[in-house]
Design a protein around this ligand. Structure first.
Ligand SMILES: Nc1ncnc2c1ncn2[C@@H]1O[C@H](COP(=O)(O)OS(=O)(=O)O)[C@@H](OP(=O)(O)O)[C@H]1O
Length: 359
């Protein structure tokens, strides 16, 4: 091709400005379409949600410096992109790199409670199962964002393949009056998991979390009692109220039969994670894939940790806000609380047919 021909071929001068811009727009649209077709759009970082004033990324990893199941937003982006081979062609090694397989479904199982029961540990342990896909952040759909509608909720869910189950966890559902009716109207077949823990320890754990964000918080005992001299417990304080499990369960049982529930012991989840995970997998109709082989006890943390969590090859523990030391609470305050909870605990054991041994 002679010089004049090249000049003619690349001479856009005769094209009108609007034709040029239409030409470039088409190129941009085509490139974007091709990019998304290969599933890269799905691997872009997702929004970060704020739960209980704590930042939790969409895949459930808390952005804390070290420790576990944790990732900073930057490392999250790296992690999300890390599965894309650098020089991947769409069909390299006959394995498609597209991650847009499957479809978004409503959760078939929800961890509905309880706050500070061990719900994060349970969800992270479940996420190593190949047949479980879970949204990492707490969606808070059935308590805070119900008006956004079911399509909004479903869209938050990860895509699942045939045979995989979709899950989420939002511990405040258990104590939300409207939640059971709302979950029922999504699906009456939803499986409901409640991780329960000694309500006295749970209350202290709850207080510890609030204290970590508001260091000027009044003492635990002053919040526990209406009046220190009468010793009357203040049940309007959420740290106390959440632990009246029988009362909250009563509300759920107006909508769902007991067979739809699984009660996980928060204590057993720490002392025997594999045993508790066996029960959970059976309840969900999953093969018992998560076993004692997946856990090790981390002496420094004082909790079981995962040898190989989802998306990682290194052992990891939960983040620093999980399994943190509690402030010292006077023994007589704890005793009074224990007395307060006793009848509710006994009722809860009767309702569930399970003695959690908190007395
Ligand atoms: N494996 C493992 N590692 C760390 N922590 C563990 C684990 N298993 C259970 N727990 C207990 O989980 C408690 C936090 O409960 P949640 O995850 O339900 O809290 S939250 O409601 O989501 O804020 C947390 O409460 P605190 O000890 O008060 O921090 C832990 O006792």
């Amino acid at each position: 091709m002679g010089c004049s021909k090249w000049r003619a071929a690349f001479n856009f001068g005769h094209l009108k400005a609007h034709k040029l811009s239409a030409f470039f727009t088409m190129i941009i649209l085509f490139t974007y379409y091709f990019y998304c077709l290969n599933g890269y759009c799905d691997s872009l970082p997702r929004p970060v949600y704020y739960c209980n004033h704590q930042t939790i990324s969409q895949d459930g990893l808390e952005p804390e410096p070290q420790g576990s199941f944790t990732a900073s937003p930057v490392s999250l982006v790296r992690k999300q992109l890390s599965h894309v081979p650098k020089s991947a062609s769409p069909q390299s090694n006959n394995i498609s790199i597209s991650n847009s397989f499957g479809s978004k479904k409503f959760p078939q199982a929800i961890i509905i409670g309880v706050k500070k029961g061990g719900t994060r540990a349970l969800l992270e342990f479940l996420r190593i199962h190949p047949d479980v896909r879970a949204v990492g952040a707490e969606p808070h759909f059935f308590d805070r964002f119900y008006e956004k509608g079911l399509d909004w909720y479903r869209n938050l869910m990860p895509r699942t393949l045939e045979g995989q189950i979709t899950m989420e966890k939002t511990p405040s559902y258990f104590v939300t009056k409207e939640a059971p009716r709302r979950v029922l109207s999504m699906s009456r077949r939803t499986k409901l998991i409640v991780v329960v823990r000694d309500p006295v320890t749970r209350a202290v754990s709850d207080y510890t979390q609030t204290l970590s964000k508001s260091p000027g918080l009044p003492s635990f005992q002053s919040l526990t009692f209406h009046n220190a001299t009468t010793g009357l417990i203040d049940t309007s304080w959420s740290a106390v109220r959440i632990g009246i499990y029988a009362k909250h369960l009563e509300n759920w049982l107006r909508y769902f039969p007991l067979s739809r529930f699984l009660f996980v012991s928060g204590e057993q989840l720490v002392t025997d994670p594999a045993g508790e995970m066996g029960r959970v997998q059976d309840f969900l109709g999953l093969k018992r894939v998560v076993t004692d082989k997946h856990f090790y006890f981390n002496q420094t943390k004082g909790f079981p940790c995962l040898k190989k969590p989802e998306g990682s090859s290194r052992p990891r523990c939960l983040g620093k806000s999980k399994g943190r030391p509690h402030p010292q609470i006077p023994g007589e305050v704890l005793l009074k609380l224990r007395d307060f909870y006793r009848p509710f605990n006994l009722k809860f054991y009767q309702m569930t047919g399970h003695n959690f041994g908190w007395n």
